[in-house]
Design a protein around this ligand. Structure first.
Ligand code: GLN
Length: 481
């Protein structure tokens, strides 16, 4: 086992006892990237020099016996739609070619302040739009368990990097499942906290009322560690929740006593692969046998979640992406540009990928006069019903368990030409974003070589219950193997 395969918590202990140095940790991760990333394509940009410089600083602090934060010396990979000062941020798109942010997002700044080693920027579906990491200008990322398959998306680069040991931790964004879904497809843990927990300042906006940053680790403890660093109140984000910094990691307890788990019937019916269903129900049984109570809950508006999400997300995207016009950021078309309008048209049609263009068109349509009431306003009303379903369920239970995806990882190219099939992959993840609730995705076994994930949803700002439940499950599951 190389250093890059150890957990963040373990590496932290070894660092503090001076058994290893931060430079050795960085070296181990960079070596793994060198060995694997040509094939898997998890990274768009590597920041090896920065990581080594940061490692040196951590080692210096250790030699002077200075106090270190838990993330000091731990490699973290950053999804490439999160701004990093002085480091290219592409959003996986040609349209941001050459863009170097003049500032870092608050989430990244928190990691830097905590002494984490920034390893590089990871691949994604352009602007976070997709469920497979195939919609990237820089080519698809490959599933770490079988490179002919997708790693899920849109944070597929971050999930793959963590699964392969190309990083120990990673962060991503989750607008409709983009942290939880690739975590499930890659067999790692991914968590999106409550909307407002993590500042969106410096996160390139896709759909602002849904976007939230999340963290990846190879176990629950590591995921809690990265969240402890990136969750913070930020006056630069008007939707940031004014709460004290959490202590998720130190307060983890594998406690299932009196825990009421809700199981929504609607999430286990049509369309779900029965092999996934069996694994998840076995996980629920294990929790039940160890002290949790299981209750049926009803989320009757689930069948409208995908349509509601894709109306609201595309509407917000069409407005957010209007700023990419060839004037202020990145790429500008030069050939055959005769006037300003042609410059805009050519820049946007050459710079954005096909899926991004599809969504801008759909979003502009649902916001246009005459269709606004029929689609956008209606979707907002259904969003309230979906939120209400979850609120009512949480009057009876402490958390809700569901699948993450209806299918196992699919082959690269298999769904790319059929956007509706691709959108259906998000059926179990989007409701949380519509309601702003926290959710964690973790592994509950394998079908052939492919990992199966399940999702635990919590009440707003009650990340602790879902982390503790996940932590308890992780221990039971590893004892049961
Ligand atoms: N797959 C969803 C979409 O394409 C979710 C993406 C995300 O969470 N960024 O919109």
């Amino acid at each position: 086992m190389e250093l890059c395969d150890h957990s963040a918590a373990e590496l932290g202990r070894k660092l503090r006892s001076k058994e290893i140095s931060a430079k050795e940790i960085a070296g181990s991760v960079l070596k793994r990237i060198e060995e694997k990333d040509k094939q898997y394509n998890a990274f768009i940009t590597l920041t090896d020099e920065l990581a080594l410089k940061q490692a040196e600083e951590v080692d210096k602090k250790i030699s002077q016996n200075e106090n270190l934060s838990p993330l000091a010396g731990i490699p973290v990979a950053i999804k490439d739609n999160i701004c990093t000062k002085g480091i290219a941020t592409t959003c996986g798109s040609k349209i941001l070619e050459g863009y170097i942010p003049p500032y870092s997002s608050t989430a990244v700044q928190n990691l830097i302040d905590d002494g984490a080693l920034i390893i590089g920027k990871t691949n994604l579906d352009q602007f976070g739009m997709g469920s497979s990491t195939e919609n990237s200008h820089f080519g698809p990322t490959k599933n770490p368990h079988n490179p002919e398959y997708v790693p899920g998306g849109s944070s597929g680069g971050s999930a793959t990097a963590v699964a392969l040991g190309e990083s120990v931790l990673a962060i991503g964004t989750d607008t409709g499942g983009s942290v939880r879904m690739p975590a499930a497809f890659c067999g790692v843990v991914g968590m999106k906290p409550t909307y407002g927990r993590i500042s969106r300042y410096g996160v390139v906006a896709y759909a602002s009322s849904l976007d939230q940053v999340g963290g990846f680790g190879r176990n629950v403890g590591d995921t809690a560690l990265v969240l402890d660093s990136i969750c913070s109140y930020d006056k630069n984000d008007s939707t940031s929740a004014n709460l004290p910094k959490p202590n998720f990691y130190p307060s983890l307890k594998p406690d299932l006593k009196n825990l009421k788990i809700g199981l929504p019937k609607e999430y286990f019916v049509e369309g779900i692969d029965t092999r996934i269903k069996e694994k998840i129900l076995a996980a629920v049984k294990l929790l039940e046998e160890n002290g949790a109570e299981v209750h049926e809950v009803f989320l009757p508006h689930t069948k409208y979640a995908i349509s509601t999400y894709y109306l609201i997300a595309t509407a917000e995207a069409s407005s957010n992406l209007a700023r990419f016009d060839g004037v202020r950021f990145g790429y500008r078309a030069k050939e055959d540009v005769t006037d300003l309008t042609t410059m805009y048209e050519k820049t946007r049609s050459e710079g954005f990928g096909k899926e991004v263009i599809r969504r801008i068109m759909l979003g502009s349509y649902v916001l246009s006069a005459g269709y606004y009431d029929a689609y956008y306003l209606k979707a907002q009303k259904v969003r309230a019903l979906i939120q209400h379903d979850l609120e009512s369920a949480f009057e009876k239970v402490d958390c809700i368990i569901t699948p993450v995806t209806p299918t196992l990882p699919f082959k690269i190219g298999e769904k790319n030409e059929d956007p509706l099939q691709m959108y259906l992959e998000d059926i179990f993840t989007v409701s949380l974003n519509l309601a702003g609730l926290p959710g964690i995705s973790l592994n509950c076994g394998y079908v052939n070589e492919f990992p199966v994930g399940f999702q635990i949803i919590g009440k707003a700002f009650d990340e602790t219950t879902i982390l503790n439940t996940a932590y308890a499950y992780e221990q039971l599951h590893s004892n049961n193997k």
